[in-house]
Write a protein that binds this ligand. Sequence first.
Ligand code: NAP
Length: 281
Amino acid sequence: MKRAGVIGWPVSHSLSPRLHAFWLREYGIHGAYLPLPVLREDFSIALRGLRAAGFAGVNVTLPHKEAAFALGDSSDDDSSAAGAANLLLFRDGRIEARNTDVEGLAANLAAEMDTAALQGSSAVVLGAGGAARAAALVCARLGAADVHVLNRTRQRADRLVAALAPVALAQLNAGSLDDWPALASATHLLINATSAGLRGTSSPDVALDALPQDAVICDLVYDPLETPLLARARARGLSCVDGLGMLIHQAQPAFEAFFGVRPVVTEAVRRHLEEALRDAG
Ligand code: NAP
């Protein structure tokens, strides 16, 4: 039996076990995908145990993504650029570190919006953690000419921009949330990559009235699916992209690496996860 899982702390809220179990059933694969709650200080010893137990690899979530990258014997371009890995593969006695958040967000935006309209335009990313790093890389990759990274703690945005500037294809700018009003009218894509809006908390307090009518708002938070930010954007008639699509798309290459089949992203898998979110709420 092929085995994999998601390692984090806490991990009980993760939808990944539901998602991978759905695909294991759908493709008739004899495999298992487990939630693996592991404290920060136990991460490397837990990895050793999972390798010894014959796991194919693990997805990695908070707070271990940077440690996962550091422990890899090799890394792909996206994890090197992000300085963080969300996928570790145990192959031939070595650990391969990968980051599929970048690929997952890019694939989801390509599925949900007209990315050609992003060419040469301006994008704003709120946040400066791991998700914001992935989002800034994706905006640049999809052709935005300017990417503004705005964070509550300005110094973290400065650090993110300094780290990504050598690899990003766009002009990256750091700022604080106070810079938003001056940027809104020229923004084509706004991505919330903060954790604000998660499970009953308020979304970032950014006014949407000055955004162009064809602007797209993407929220990486998927619990709830309709965050306060997306609800305001929808009320203003703007196009919205929620965080669930990214979650499904980032899992696609991971499932393929663990179990040897590339799953298709369908409406059925999305509905299954929407039900799980409703049950949990
Ligand atoms: P992280 O490293 O902990 O960073 C959190 C960020 O949110 C920081 O920039 C922090 O600002 C900001 N923040 C927190 N509370 C805030 C508030 N009340 N107002 C304004 N800013 C606030 O987390 P992460 O790994 O980047 O993840 C961020 C979010 O993305 C999480 O909700 C996560 O679930 C989601 N995510 C979704 C997917 C997906 O597949 N859809 C994938 C990855 C992550 P400071 O620096 O000032 O503290």
